[in-house]
Design a protein around this ligand. Structure first.
Ligand code: GLU
Length: 422
């Protein structure tokens, strides 16, 4: 089946990340040099590496690991495997991780990694070889104290296990805290796999209170049915909302009366796609974004909501499960139209928050139960939402700029307190 191109024109995520930064930094009294420092990444590693394929040939792949900032602590951020990965995309994603961690108050800086590959074209053995070789190449930067990767688009717990094992083989002892999002059997945390979706659910419920939208029967549309989109969808459904539209890389489905997301998950697991689900109309990813609903959850990739389609979006709340789904021009249009956006650096911070819990548990070798994880996650997400909302009201800005103001202020202050070395 062919993948459906979602937007024809790719926007440059690094330009967008910097524009978002500039918009918020204008509200803060930051020294010009520190501001410039925060507009740059700290270090960038490009690796070109060989992988032995099943047919005996050797293919060269290109990957990146970028640290945007490490002022508040070790850098943290996922690794994505995707054919469209670029250095600028990884830079933007690393910068977003810095602001995300600062928004929810985690003692981390921001990083991101990526490999230019469509993992669906690789066998399991090839995927393992690629992962282990990439992990070896970036182990120059990776460590439990320095930089801790995690899953992102097209990577999962099994891939994190290979990274942990590769790093541990080189060190000569098992080092669980070098990566998060691992399987439970090797130091993963309960609650991690659905944590991003759970955070999306908590912040969405908070936004619905602000907007006075009753949860019962509220219509939800979700773009993306991966780790984030699927968990957000069934958790919002379990909270009483009705999921009416959902899509994956092949296209979307719509049923104004709603789906049972758990049944849809079982169906998609069997068939590999949501398409063809009984009783639903097929829609394109583009049409999906414009469906009538109360809440739209973009949970795929960057640059989906642009100046072009923003005027036609019908949702009252946009909960950004994905990183960077909305361009700054679209932000302005939607803000003017009164749409409430829960920005990515707040909305999807549940994943890195439980990654932090996982790292803490691994370092202490003392594990918590699921109730404790989910309660602490709820506390952090709800408190952060309310803190951002109050900045937003005080400064009369939108939620994204409010979150950025708070995050940038934290990192800038820490930079000044530490001082510029030497
Ligand atoms: N990839 C996820 C994100 O974009 C999680 C990162 C992490 O857990 O370190 O937030």
């Amino acid at each position: 089946m062919l993948r459906e191109p979602v937007v024809e024109q790719r926007v440059n995520p690094w330009d967008i990340a910097r524009e978002q930064f500039d918009r918020a930094a204008a509200y803060l009294d930051i020294k010009a040099g520190v501001r410039e420092m925060l507009r740059h990444t700290k270090r960038e590693l490009t690796v070109n590496f060989p992988v032995k394929m099943d047919d005996g040939s050797v293919r060269i792949f290109t990957g990146y690991r970028v640290h945007h900032n490490t002022v508040l602590g070790p850098s943290k951020g996922g690794i994505r495997f995707h054919p469209d990965v670029t250095l600028d995309e990884v830079r933007a994603l690393a910068m977003w991780m810095t602001w995300k961690c600062a928004t929810v108050g985690l003692p981390y800086g921001g990083a991101k990694g990526g490999v230019i590959v469509d993992p669906k074209t690789l066998s399991r053995t090839e995927l393992e070889h690629l992962t282990r070789r990439y992990a070896t190449e970036i182990s120059l930067l990776m460590s439990p104290e320095g930089d801790i990767p995690a899953p992102d688009v097209n990577t999962n717990a099994e891939i994190m296990a290979w990274i942990m094992d590769t790093y541990s083989m080189h060190r000569g002892y098992t080092t669980p805290a070098v990566v998060t999002g691992k399987p439970l059997e090797i130091g993963g945390s309960v609650g991690r796999s659905e944590a991003t979706g759970r955070g999306v659910m908590f912040t969405t419920l908070e936004a619905m209170k602000v907007e006075e939208i009753p949860v019962e029967g509220a219509r939800i549309v979700v773009q993306g049915f991966g780790n984030v989109g699927s968990a957000a969808a069934y958790l919002l459904q379990d909270a009483g909302a009705t999921v009416v539209g959902i899509s994956d890389v092949f296209g979307g489905i719509y049923n104004p009366h709603g789906f049972d997301v758990h049944a849809l998950l079982a169906y998609a697991k069997k068939t590999g796609t949501v398409l063809g689900y009984p009783g639903a109309d097929q829609v394109s990813n583009r049409e999906l974004l414009e469906l009538p609903c109360e809440v739209l959850v973009p949970a795929a990739i960057e640059g989906q909501i642009t100046a072009e389609n923003a005027p036609r979006i019908q949702a009252r709340i946009i909960a950004e499960g994905a990183n960077g789904p909305t361009t700054p021009e679209a932000d302005d249009i939607l803000h003017d139209r009164g749409v409430f956006i829960i920005p990515d650096i707040l909305c999807n911070a549940g994943g890195v928050t439980v990654s932090y819990f996982e790292w803490v548990q691994d370092l202490q070798q003392f594990f918590w139960d699921e109730g404790e994880i989910n309660n602490r996650l709820a506390q952090i997400m709800i408190r952060s939402f309310r803190d951002v909302l109050s900045v937003t009201r005080e400064k009369k800005v939108n939620m994204r700029t409010g979150a950025y103001i708070r995050a940038i202020d934290r990192v800038a202050k820490a930079t000044m307190i530490r001082g510029i070395y030497p």
